[in-house]
Design a protein around this ligand. Structure first.
Ligand SMILES: *Cc1c(COP(=O)(O)O)cnc(C)c1O
Length: 455
């Protein structure tokens, strides 16, 4: 598929025409080897590292668009024309990503005034923005309502009351979804579980609080209650998590109709489909899963004689994760005989805190060497923290040395968006890759940028 979007003011370079080939045994089909040289989205990564410097975030634009289209088509065929996938932009938030989402016809999820501001600055239509978060401030609520945000996903009673007041002050009727905690364990890592009864997010069904929450929302004169939202977790691989969620949510929507006499029309099932970070992990067939969810939805709605709601979902990771790669330059290789060996690079937990945060797994490749003898190293960063590990026990050429380029795969989600300036390290730039060239979407922070706010 072709698309035309010349980004203003960006220069396109002319990449060496590479043979488009998927290297055998590579993690994803946008990663390859041309001889001994690693390629990403058809570009020679060593070349990109020379041109833009390291550490460097790469994003495969074609892959982002392909992932969006996969969701859009699956939604259309499984849930019908009024359904909408929303990109959960906390996974990677910068202006160009919102332009791509606008062009592809996606909605977006935001969780802060900062994300909303970024989306609006990029020209994203406010009516397709959803505003999440369990702790929205008065300023967030004021800004969201004033910006004409399509829908607030209200997390709790205090927010509901504050939002109703603010909408009244601004003379608006604000659309809302209510975040409900269905009480589901998706069997993922604790830090990314969000749908269980004792979660900090949403209002639980089990305790009877959810029905009271809906009843209260129906009395809010400045709010229009459209439906419910739930989100059970991230990195979900279990087959039937969304089906079980549908069971509970439709049952609860029927309860709302029976007890409160109100028919909710929208159901947002959240995000969370898993992405493959290592060969040992499964590949989720998302369109097939969505078809299963739709089947269950129709069954449950028939069971309760409930009209089919408009379905929304909020994929983040599965839109951008496999579109990302991070390049580093090796600064030192340390071998401690009888213990272990380290490869230290010019980035670390500042550009990718995910291993330090929750032990995330990654696949790591050397950019140039292949075929020779390999050894096991801990790939570590340059921060003053022993926990600054990008990935332990990675296999790299035995003779890896200072100056070599190392690629960490599948870094498109929750890397740039979680980056920090710890140790006063400037954040890396984001370079977008297309078939016809590469361009900067986010500039590298300079040393002056680091002091920009210091007085
Ligand atoms: C984080 C989050 C998502 C996106 O989750 P992914 O695992 O990245 O798909 C969607 N909805 C909500 C409410 C979230 O908090």
């Amino acid at each position: 598929m072709r698309y035309i979007d010349k980004v203003n003011g960006t220069k396109y370079n002319h990449p060496v025409k590479m043979e488009k080939q998927r290297g055998r045994n590579m993690l994803s089909d946008n990663i390859g080897r041309s001889g001994s040289r690693l390629t990403f989205a058809g570009h020679d990564v060593t070349h990109l590292a020379e041109q833009y410097g390291t550490p460097l975030y790469l994003m495969d634009e074609e892959r982002i668009r392909r992932n969006c289209r996969m969701y859009l088509q699956a939604f259309r065929s499984s849930f019908g024309g009024n359904s909408l996938p929303l990109y959960a932009s906390k996974a990677a938030s910068f202006k160009q990503i919102y332009r791509i989402m606008a062009q592809e016809g996606m909605g977006v999820d935001t969780v802060s005034s900062g994300e909303i501001f970024t989306a609006l600055s990029a020209g994203f239509p406010p009516e397709r923005i959803f505003f999440h978060g369990n702790s929205k401030t008065d300023a967030d609520i004021r800004y969201g309502v004033a910006s004409g945000i399509g829908c607030f996903v209200v997390d709790n009673t205090e927010e509901l009351l504050a939002l109703n007041r603010e909408a009244g002050c601004q003379g608006k009727k604000q659309k809302v979804l209510l975040r409900i905690t269905p009480g589901i364990d998706p069997h993922t890592y604790d830090a990314v579980n969000t749908g269980m009864v004792d979660s900090k997010f949403g209002v639980p069904v089990e305790t009877g609080q959810a029905i009271e929450f809906v009843a209260l929302a129906l009395t809010m004169e400045n709010l229009q209650l459209c439906g419910l939202h739930c989100h059970v977790g991230s990195q979900v691989f279990d087959e039937d998590v969304f089906e079980r969620t549908v069971d509970l949510m439709v049952r609860f929507m029927a309860q709302v109709r029976d007890e409160l006499g109100f028919t909710l029309e929208e159901l947002n099932l959240g995000g969370g489909y898993g992405t493959r970070y290592q060969d040992s992990e499964p590949q989720v067939d998302i369109p097939a899963r969505i078809a299963e969810v739709a089947k269950r939805l129709r069954e449950q709605c028939a069971k309760y004689a409930f009209p089919l709601p408009r379905i929304l979902m909020e994929p983040g990771r599965s839109i951008v994760a496999d579109a990302g790669m991070t390049l580093y330059t090796v600064s030192s290789v340390k071998r401690i005989p009888g213990y272990k060996s380290y490869v230290a690079v010019d980035g670390g937990m500042t550009d990718n805190p995910r291993y330090a945060l929750y032990g995330s797994r990654y696949t790591v490749y050397h950019a140039e060497k292949s075929g020779g003898k390999e050894a096991v190293f801990d790939l570590v960063g340059r921060c003053c923290e022993s926990g600054d590990i990008i990935q332990p026990k990675v296999s790299l050429p035995e003779d890896t040395c200072r100056g070599d380029i190392i690629a960490v795969c599948t870094t498109g989600a929750y890397n740039y968006s979680m980056a920090s300036n710890y140790n006063r390290l400037p954040r890396p730039p984001i370079v977008m890759l297309r078939e016809d060239g590469a361009y900067l979407a986010v500039k590298r922070e300079s040393l002056e940028d680091l002091c920009a706010l210091d007085i």
